[in-house]
Write a protein that binds this ligand. Structure first.
Ligand code: NAD
Length: 333
């Protein structure tokens, strides 16, 4: 049995983590959950936004599955998600987006794995407000080390998974120093991977190309803010935020979580699609070398998508979150 830290999160988080737990229990996946929460839930209960017990659990288990956590817009506290990624140097945010049989979209052959730098750039937290002059600064600091690490991670993934191309997305035409540091890092590393083609796109062109001809992209690597936005765009190409997974990976720790947020518009209604978190949990199973369990659940999930009425409302079905989980279980071989 592998012990995993489970962070239910808030909004739809508790509903979808419950669905994943139900499916894992039915599939007899050899993991145990150590439940620790964070954010507004622990704060409202009189505790810290990131409790000491959560940090201890992460340090001990080194692997976590995390539901979404709300971050107040404007004032309020710093994002728990960004804080955890920076605290444990989870510098890779890996977000695959792949077309799935049964999930109808205008695109049939999307298969993109996006590598988003996860700790630097505009999310560095370097913000300053000069009240007297009404000037707000947000510093998009990138480091050579940070650029090298995420670009190398993308190339290593491409090699391991026999992918053909890595596209570097940047804005080096305007961001002369920070943008150039990123693309130069990719250009320096690329010759070590002669079997992989290096391609580069300016972010604005990338957005247009993605909605026009997404099949041309394979592995994509980019900075923090661009990656955050592009991964939602990629989600839209393959069925929406309800179906796309993600992983925050560092040197010796990984936190798996969906691309989507806490979805306050549907929270508590029992209608959220648990697929995105389930797929994140399957990435987690591959990470801990439980490949057979991951493949078995993935096959059941894919079978479920072939029956639209068994899916949740975002995919045109009628199932609740828990009914969807039961439908996946019914297809377990
Ligand atoms: P969101 O991703 O929560 O929701 C965007 C839209 O997608 C909504 O219409 C929502 O109903 C839908 N959606 C999302 N997940 C779904 C699912 N599983 N099934 C069906 N529909 C789904 O984005 P938002 O509304 O901009 O953000 C809400 C909150 O989440 C904010 O506080 C934001 O900071 C936070 N957030 C957290 C994370 C995280 O914890 N990693 C990531 C993104 C946003």
């Amino acid at each position: 049995m592998t012990q995993i830290t489970l962070i239910p999160g808030d909004g739809i988080g508790p509903e979808i983590t419950e669905a994943v737990k139900t499916i894992f229990a039915a599939a007899e996946v050899p993991v145990t959950w150590e439940v620790e929460n964070a954010g507004i839930t622990t704060h409202n209960a009189g505790g810290l936004l990131i409790p000491v017990s959560l940090i201890a659990s992460l340090n001990k288990n080194r692997v976590a599955l995390k539901g979404p956590i709300t971050t107040p817009v404007g004032g309020g506290f710093k994002s728990i998600n960004v804080t955890l990624r920076q605290m444990f140097d989870l510098y890779q945010n890996v977000r695959p987006a792949k077309s799935t049989v049964g999930i109808e979209t205008p695109f049939k052959f999307v298969d993109i794995v996006l590598f988003r730098e996860n700790t630097e750039g505009l999310y560095s937290g370097l913000e300053f407000y000069d009240e007297r002059h009404g000037i707000a600064d947000a510093i998009a600091r990138v480091t050579k080390d940070g650029c090298d690490k995420i670009c190398r991670a993308a190339f290593e993934y491409a090699r391991k998974h026999k992918r053909k191309k890595v596209t570097v997305v940047h804005k080096a035409n305007i961001l002369k120093l920070a943008g150039s540091l990123f693309i130069n890092s990719a250009k320096t590393i690329a010759p070590e991977y002669p079997e992989i083609t290096l391609d580069d796109k300016i972010i604005d062109n990338m957005c247009m190309q993605l909605v026009n001809k997404p099949e041309q992209f394979d592995v994509v690597v980019t900075t923090n803010l661009f990656g955050d936005i592009l991964s939602d765009l990629c989600a839209g190409l393959v069925g929406g935020l309800g179906v796309v997974a993600g992983a925050n990976i560092g040197k010796d720790m990984a936190i798996f979580e969906a691309v989507h947020g806490s979805a306050p518009d549907i929270a508590g209604k029992g209608i959220a699609n648990p697929t995105a978190l389930l797929r994140s949990a399957l990435m987690m199973l591959h990470h801990i070398n439980e490949h057979e369990h991951a493949n078995r659940i993935e096959a059941a999930l894919e079978e479920t998508f072939k029956h639209q009425e068994q899916c949740t409302g975002d995919l045109g079905g009628k199932a609740s979150t828990q009914e969807f989980a039961q439908n996946v279980i019914s297809h377990l071989q």
